[in-house]
Write a protein that binds this ligand. Structure first.
Ligand SMILES: [Mg+2]
Length: 442
């Protein structure tokens, strides 16, 4: 390498990483009875051996076959770029992939290809934050309003949010940023837990985990619902009796119902003072969510499967949700999530980020914390989901204390997995797989 040659992206390495979580029914819900938490994992290598960027798309098993192929398709769009072309122009880095017409045909801006692009965009942000020596939340928060707005694609949004409005919001938050950074470092960011509530768990296990969650400082617990209304009434009743009136209980149907079924079912659960119903129906059904919200007193939410900023815009414009989830690995990376966070702030909708799976807690904490510092200034009326699975595979795992995520201080997006995990859990050479999974290979 010549002495002053710019550092370049030399490779996009991709990995199919799968964990056999279905053995314990961890993660089981009304639509996903046997998830094997998996990551289609992307590494942007550079010709500086000490500097790489890490990202992932989360799947629940066999989807990784397709997801990894989508990552592989992105190699020509990133290999050969200089480091500056990535980290100094994260808007352009995203636009080249999102805007490529032949890839765009597969969406546009939704599904497998968009998730793969999101993983690589996030790896670019990870690279930028590592290069700057900052955790991603702080890297985002310390960009200027102009720099942040330059990363966002406002196409299709201007009837709900213009670049000038976004600039005004970000500028209004600027004077308080440094105080909020100190507050965040001191207090952390509220977490809520789904660990007690998986549908495959017995009542005894659910109640034991609910008691432990409250003792650990969590103020909100989420239960999976949607297989049997009688079971759901019993489970909500048991948990409400166990945790008392001061701990919030949310429920999550994972898209199980048609609109009228959701309304009938939720009327049976209205007496338990639920904090929200999550994903009552198809994530694409904006008007369906609005109809459910009009019909029941339980606050309505969705978002972990909401495919892009356009559907979020419609959810806000239609008054279809009381709150939303965002997911760090579903849409087109940090850039699109910034657009969603800004719209949520403008429409006054609280964000309860989706996490769990593998790596989603590590990733999304940064977005919530950046939102607190640089956009809304709010954190105590919202919370990030927490599930205590698979954190041990990451170099910089989340830290939870007294029901709060502690702000990461290591540089980057916390997405880097141990090298040993990339070897041991690489599919299909890793753990012993279930007969069903092995059968699907043939
Ligand atoms: Mg959910």
């Amino acid at each position: 390498m010549a002495k002053h040659a710019p550092v370049k992206i030399t490779a996009l390495d991709t990995y199919d990483i799968r964990f056999p979580t279905s053995r314990q029914l961890d993660g089981s819900d009304a639509m996903n009875p046997d998830p094997d938490y998996s990551a289609a994992y992307a590494v942007l290598r550079t010709d500086d051996p000490a500097l790489a960027g890490y990202g992932l798309a989360f799947t629940i098993g066999r989807g990784n076959d397709v997801q990894k192929a989508a990552l592989d398709a992105l190699r020509p769009y990133v290999v050969g770029l200089t480091l500056d072309e990535v980290t100094h122009d994260l808007g352009g880095f995203a636009a080249r992939m999102v805007g490529d017409s032949q890839l765009r045909w597969l969406g546009p801006e939704k599904g497998v290809m968009h998730m793969a692009i999101g993983a690589v965009i996030n790896a670019g942000w990870d690279l930028a934050a590592r290069r700057a020596g900052k955790p991603l939340w702080r890297y985002i928060a310390e960009l200027t309003p102009e720099q942040l707005v330059a990363t966002i694609d406002f196409r299709y949004l201007s009837d709900a949010l213009t670049p000038d409005e976004a600039l005004q919001m970000l500028r209004a938050a600027e004077p308080a940023k440094s105080a909020r950074i100190e507050q965040l470092l001191a207090e952390g960011y509220p977490a809520y837990t789904t660990s007690p509530g998986w549908l495959g768990y017995t009542d005894e296990k659910m109640l034991r985990l609910a008691r432990e969650a409250v003792a650990d400082g969590f103020r909100t617990i989420k239960l999976k619902v949607g297989l049997s209304v009688e079971d759901d009434v019993r489970r909500c009743s048991l948990v409400r009796q166990t945790v008392g009136p001061d701990v919030a209980i949310a429920v999550d149907a994972n898209q199980r119902w048609d609109v009228h079924a959701a309304i009938d079912w939720l009327r049976r659960l209205e007496g338990f003072d639920l904090a929200w119903i999550e994903e009552p129906t198809s994530p694409d059904d904006v008007l369906g969510h609005a109809a459910i919200r009009r019909a029941v007193s339980v606050p309505v939410s969705t978002g972990e499967h909401t495919q892009n900023r356009v559907i979020f815009k419609q959810l806000f414009q239609a008054g279809a949700v009381d709150l939303v989830q965002i997911d760090a690995a579903r849409v087109g990376g940090v850039n699109e999530n910034l657009a969603i966070l800004l719209m949520a702030a403008k429409f006054g909708v609280r964000v309860f980020p989706h996490a769990g799976g593998v790596g989603l807690c590590e990733l999304v904490q940064h977005l919530a914390m950046a939102d607190f510092v640089a956009i809304t200034g709010r954190k105590d009326d919202r919370a990030i989901e927490f599930v205590d699975h698979l954190h041990e595979h990451f170099d910089d795992p989340v830290t939870i204390r007294d029901g709060h995520y502690l702000a990461p201080t290591a540089p980057g997006f916390s997405a880097r997995m141990h090298e040993s995990t990339l070897v041991e859990y690489r599919f299909p050479d890793g753990p012993v797989w279930s007969e069903q999974t092995v059968a699907a290979l043939h």
